[in-house]
Design a protein around this ligand. Sequence first.
Ligand code: AMP
Length: 364
Amino acid sequence: MSDTLQFVNFGFHPLLMEGIEASGYETATPVQQQVIPPILAGKDVIASAQTGTGKTAAFLLPVMNKLLENHVDGQVGALIIVPTRELAIQIAQHIEGLSYFTHLSSIAIYGGNDAQNFVAEKKALQLGADIIVCTPGRMIAHLNMGYVNMKGLRFLILDEADRMLDMGFQDDISRIIRALPEKRQNLLFSATMPDKIRQLARKILHDPAEVNIAISKPPDKIVQQAFVVYEPQKLQLIKRILKGTSYKNALIFCSRKQTVKQLARELKQLRFNVAEIHSDLEQAERENVLAAFAGGRIPVMVATDILSRGIDIDTIDLVINYDVPGDGEDYVHRIGRTARAEATGLAYTLVGEKEQNKFAAIEK
Ligand code: AMP
């Protein structure tokens, strides 16, 4: 398959193409390249893909395209079930952006006590909306009132299915599915594929196309170590690492720019030759400090995640995570700044007492 499949190759409706362009998407991401064709071909799909891969547009675009090409008024066309209201809101925003130039209607149905929302939700469930995004609990509340009409439903999408099972929504999902017509296209997305997801898939999907988007892995030649410490010990530990390790360029990541500024200040007081980089610097200043760092005049750089992607300085042989990055993907990007080209590298992560769960998730 081509690495650079363009959206024009999918033959999407022109009004949908306008939404794609307005969203700033140029090439399809790997999950989109693999998932869109089978969905367009009418197949059920099971895909393991994490947040950040472009998975939302991977199911929204082909479903929207089919709803546009074969539009029926007055019914619910697609139902997307998600674990949390945050995700429901996020997907609703995606729908709004991508469908901006079309006449497709959509609504997000999630918990909360807003009576006005409830009335709008009820109306959509009775009279139809092209796409409904819902959390299980809220949908059950509506189902219990007896007016939900899903007769024309053509697409069922379960997003972050593993999280839904972890949150105990299995029965709610079954209950919702019983209210749907049997003949429909089913799409299941999950970050992980434990057995219980496979079992769920066997119940819901028919002869699905299977797509696996591999999770990024750091190169083997990076030696990785983690230290579990109390927050106030981190500065001393960094000092010891910098004194006790031989390196050409050391890059220290902090998640917040306030921490970057403070740590750079403290290291300067300890007489290390340090520069800092974060979003408060002008572009020209950033370029200057980067050049000084790459040229070896300043051997230590403290940075936010703005430096975790894209910079390619092959003398970086030590990366220190002053704090635990947001997720596995960020971690891989951060430590991937070392051991560029043929070199080897060292990556240390300082795990504060409150960061242990987050680090455990990254290790997994
Ligand atoms: P998701 O994995 O669905 O949460 O998407 C992650 C982010 O990638 C979102 O901000 C999307 O708007 C963006 N995105 C999705 N598809 C593309 C694409 N083909 N090109 C650029 N950005 C994209």
